[in-house]
Design a protein. Structure first.
Length: 171
């Protein structure tokens, strides 16, 4: 599963797209590839033989309205918690979302009330408030910033140093 960094025409970060979308943008001529990865893509129908891009920038500048907060979703809660159960600290194969204050007790679905949990801990806590369940959080939930999410994704892709070198940001 290759992911590609998409920069705006002025080299500012825009998004991370999957490799299929990156190939499509490249074929349509909407991007300039700045660095290729090691994965080769072949197509039997056409003579498209190229490496999947790692970093690319748009040919035309796109004005964006920058989000000042990360949208709430189950996936974003799991990314924030690094897919680890906040009760036992394990990294389960199938993580679930647990509401600290259960929805049946008036709890809302938000970053401050939802945490990543393994199935065993989620079943153990069940429909109880945290203090009545006898369970404890290993870390407090919080609403992550957009920049924190971008840095986390870049770190996961393992190309943090390449981006810093490319943009001339050396520590």
């Amino acid at each position: 599963m290759s992911q590609v960094i998409l920069l705006n025409a002025d080299y500012t970060f825009l998004n991370i797209v999957d490799w299929k979308r990156a190939i499509k943008l490249d074929v349509l001529g909407k991007v300039e590839v700045l660095e290729y990865g090691s994965r080769l893509v072949r197509n039997a129908e056409r003579t498209y033989k190229k490496y999947v891009p790692k970093i690319m920038k748009l040919v035309k500048f796109v004005e964006t309205i920058y989000r000042n907060k990360v949208p709430f979703s189950k996936r974003n809660v799991m990314v924030r918690d690094d897919y680890r159960c906040v009760y036992c600290g394990k990294k389960p194969k199938k993580a679930t979302i647990d509401h600290i204050v259960p929805r049946s007790k008036g709890g809302k679905s938000s970053f401050l009330n939802c945490v990543t949990s393994c199935k065993q801990c989620n079943d153990k806590k069940a429909d109880q408030a945290l203090d009545r369940s006898g369970m404890y959080l290993t870390r407090q939930p919080y609403a992550p910033s957009v920049m924190e999410f971008i840095q986390n994704r870049v770190r996961k892709l393992g190309i943090e140093k390449k981006i810093k070198d490319f943009l001339g940001i050396c520590n």
